[in-house]
Design a protein around this ligand. Structure first.
Ligand SMILES: [Zn+2]
Ligand SMILES: [Zn+2]
Ligand SMILES: [Zn+2]
Length: 252
């Protein structure tokens, strides 16, 4: 499968509007971060994880026109506010897009985007989507999608394992049962906001510790804040762990 990082930034995005720090004023494209999202191309399904507020530009910049399913991690604004832009994909593919999330996420999406589920008479004026609660793993031919329950401070949110690849954004604790599901993962993308600790996110040291405890050989850190200057911090990371950046393409 091919994984594209559509966004590697925290909720404000980087640069932050009005900020004059070293990262926000940097010319290095690796310091420009859309809100976190990834796209996974497989032989069976093309999968989008989260619909960030930057979704339109993320799809345009990466020339993505085909999304079969959307997996939602949780309903915070930086992960769902591009939902309405799925209309563009409906326009091309002319079919509903099945979307998956846990109960908390599905209920929040229904509430926040009430108009979508009320006003379906005019095709393409609202997204044609189908919301499904994901409880167990999903099987699409030989592709296995496993929800990974994790804690995001007090919220119960999801990461996802897709065959031997896993994506966990917005996470402050991984329960033991989920750690077991990560044992056989070859590539992990994991939340790491900054060096300072934060109640809702792993910091860099916490993320590195999780990766090393699991013995995962290749990992990328995402949901990164402007406190992290790409080149400086990337150099300091242990072997096998790197900062993700927008547009990065990975083969799994
Ligand atoms: Zn977030
Ligand atoms: Zn800044
Ligand atoms: Zn969040």
């Amino acid at each position: 499968m091919d994984v594209t990082i559509l966004g590697s930034g925290t909720s404000h995005g980087v640069p932050i509007i009005g900020c004059n720090c070293e990262t926000c004023t940097s010319d290095n494209p690796k310091n420009k971060r859309f809100r976190s999202s990834i796209y996974i191309k497989t032989n069976v399904k093309n999968i989008l994880i989260d619909t960030s507020p930057d979704l339109r530009l993320q799809l345009l910049n990466n020339e993505i026109t085909d999304i079969d399913i959307v997996l939602f991690t949780h309903p915070h604004a930086d992960h769902i506010m591009g939902f309405d832009d799925l209309r563009a994909i409906n326009r091309i593919n002319k079919r509903d897009i099945p979307c998956y999330g846990n109960k908390y996420t599905i209920e929040a999406i229904k509430k926040k985007f009430e108009y979508i589920f009320k006003d379906r008479h005019c095709r393409f004026s609202v997204p044609s989507v189908e919301l499904n609660e994901i409880k167990n793993e999903l099987q699409f031919e030989d592709l296995k999608v496993t929800p990974l329950p994790v804690k995001h401070n007090h919220d119960n949110v999801l990461g996802y394992k897709i065959d031997n690849f896993a994506y966990i954004t917005d996470c402050s604790e991984i329960p033991k049962e989920t750690m077991k599901l990560l044992k056989d993962v070859d590539l992990l993308i994991l939340d790491a906001l900054r060096y300072k600790s934060h109640p809702k996110h792993f910091n860099i040291n916490e993320a590195v510790e999780v990766i090393q405890n699991l013995g995962i050989k290749k990992a990328y850190l995402t949901h990164v804040s402007h406190e992290i200057e790409h080149e400086k911090v990337n150099e300091e990371l242990p072997e096998g762990i790197e900062l993700a950046y927008d547009g990065l393409q990975l083969k799994v």
